[in-house]
Design a protein. Structure first.
Length: 268
């Protein structure tokens, strides 16, 4: 089941660039997919992780030795539940940042894949190669190669500015996400192993008369996963910039490459 899911994700998002000059597109699609998977895992982990709380001002040892319950970890389940909801609600904007990123990055990957599939198809036809996975099921007019070359150039004249725009948007979104999570206190506390204050005033339920300090159970994993996503996004951004310049270069040398391919090899 898990293998089938992974295969489906690879088929949807990962690009296999046929032209040798555009192999960076394959790496870019792969890093994009990893980035999406990490962000999705992060939001799931934060959503389903629980918090543990203790009275603010009481040390951990005091809670352990003077607890009236035989099981100190379950003594404050009600308070921990309402505190968990309150903490996550205060950082709701962080969820929206990740959701917006997932939607935008997913759209960028799919649009990029659509254009790369077209470029792969035209490249295969122009080189008179019979590779079905690149050509697809649409009929090919072999006598009309010049027209396919014109179509490919026209496609790239539209794709390069669009790709450049997406690149700028992605870099700005990554920078904005880093700034927001570092400047906004509630978001920063979600991703770093800090105390989360809870009480006396609560949003969803009646106020409680005590203050709590809480921690996520998997706070270290959240911290590691968050910075893994940021590192992956930075790498993806650098590859994105590189891919734009390589695509521009490919546009200007494409005719030379195809003319070279047409020339018969000299006999030895």
């Amino acid at each position: 089941m898990a293998v089938n899911v992974v295969d489906s994700v690879i088929q949807v998002f990962v690009v296999e660039a046929k032209p040798k000059s555009l192999k960076v597109e394959t790496i870019l699609a792969l890093t994009f997919t990893i980035s999406l998977a990490l962000q999705f895992s992060l939001i799931l982990l934060i959503t389903f992780d629980n918090v543990v709380c203790t009275d603010d001002g009481i040390s951990v040892l005091e809670r352990f030795y003077f607890s009236t319950s035989s099981d100190p970890t379950t003594e404050n389940q009600f308070v921990e539940q309402i505190c968990e909801t309150d903490i996550k609600f205060k950082a709701a904007g962080f969820y929206w940042v990740i959701i917006i990123y997932l939607c935008c990055a997913g759209c960028i990957v799919l649009v990029n894949k659509y254009f790369m599939d077209k470029i792969n198809r035209y490249d295969t036809i122009i080189r008179r190669q019979k590779i079905k996975k690149f050509i697809g099921y649409k009929p090919v007019v072999k006598s009309n190669i010049k027209n396919y070359r014109k179509k490919q150039k026209k496609l790239m004249r539209f794709f390069i500015p669009l790709k450049s725009f997406f690149c700028v948007c992605f870099i700005l979104a990554t920078i904005l996400q880093i700034i927001l999570t570092q400047v906004w206190e509630h978001a920063r506390r979600i991703i770093e192993p800090h105390n989360h204050g809870c009480g006396e005033q609560l949003y969803w339920v009646d106020d409680i008369m005590i203050k709590q300090r809480c921690h996520f159970n998997q706070e270290f994993m959240i911290f590691v996963l968050y910075w893994s996503t940021i590192i992956c996004q930075i790498i993806t951004g650098l590859l994105f910039v590189l891919s734009v310049f390589i695509m521009i270069r490919f546009y200007f040398i494409i005719d030379v490459e195809y003319d070279k391919h047409k020339k018969p090899k000299p006999e030895k």
